[in-house]
Design a binder for this molecule. Structure first.
Ligand code: MG
Ligand code: MG
Length: 274
């Protein structure tokens, strides 16, 4: 992984601009996700939307990935390739999206329910998202990477879930993947100390059962080894004056879905964006 690049206040604002384009893209998709629509259609909508915002899809062509979105239903963890299979009632679908504007990337993800889902899977989504904020809470100048990993891991394992080891969060900026690697597991007090100017993509990938994964022959798709569902939520966060500041937002998704949430308020200086 590339070096850690500490960002100036101006550079952080440029990451925010790209992250918010992704946030709006996820919000647009939230209104489209229903039984019958295909992930390829969602991908096309996202590409058009991002280009209409004078940005480029961040994943398209990156490491030769063929699409704008990674779309990973049910037992797929991440890196699923959009296809023509219609979504079904009861599916869950993790959508990860990147955008590049002014030379800086945004990169975030949300796991959506397609219609009604089982209480078991609903809980997996809720716990995974809550673990993302547990991780963000630890992103403070006095802490280290291991504190963040420990917070996410202990919270999810306490519910009996599996924390994926092979895939991790990362630094974000002029490159989609900068240092440091940001594992969703770790030991308190270990690892690199957080510093002002760090911008991280924090992204718990949590399985309903075992933490073990396998990969499809397409060379991309990661899925759970036991076939149980997986969830993935990702935010982009800067360390400013020793404290975490959210650059991305789920507020556009929540507006589309009619969800009320104040989960982001502790990590924002400004009031709600929309
Ligand atoms: Mg991502
Ligand atoms: Mg990422």
């Amino acid at each position: 992984m590339a070096a850690i690049e500490l960002k100036t206040r101006e550079e952080i604002e440029l990451v925010r601009e790209s992250a918010i384009i992704v946030s709006k893209t996820l919000g647009m998709l939230a209104a489209e996700i229903k039984p019958g629509i295909t992930s390829l259609k969602l991908d096309q909508l996202a590409e058009t939307f991002i280009r209409d915002h004078e940005a480029k899809p961040g994943f398209l062509g990156l490491y030769n990935f063929p699409n704008t979105l990674c779309v990973s239903p049910n037992a797929q963890v991440v890196h699923g390739i959009p296809n023509k299979i219609p979504l079904c009632e009861g599916d869950v679908i993790s959508i990860d999206c990147g955008a590049l504007k002014n030379g800086f990337y945004g990169d975030h993800a949300y796991t959506f329910a397609v219609g009604d889902i089982t209480p078991e899977v609903k809980k997996l989504l809720e716990v995974t998202k809550a673990s993302l904020y547990k991780g963000i809470e630890t992103f403070r100048a006095e802490n280290r990477l291991g504190d963040m990993g420990y917070a996410i891991q202990s919270f999810c394992e306490n519910e009996g879930y599996g924390v994926v080891r092979e895939l991790v969060g990362h630094g974000l900026g002029r490159m989609m993947h900068e240092g440091p690697e940001v594992p969703n597991y770790g030991k308190r007090g270990k690892g690199k100390k957080f510093q002002d100017g760090m911008v991280l993509a924090i992204e718990p990938m949590i399985n309903g059962g075992t933490h073990r994964i396998k990969q499809l022959k397409d060379g991309w798709t990661i899925l759970t080894a036991d076939g149980k569902a997986s969830a993935h939520f990702e935010h982009n966060v800067a360390l400013v004056d020793g404290k975490p500041e959210l650059l991305s937002t789920f507020q556009y998704v929540y507006a589309a879905l009619g969800i009320k949430s104040d989960e982001e308020l502790p990590f924002r200086k400004e009031p709600l964006l929309i």
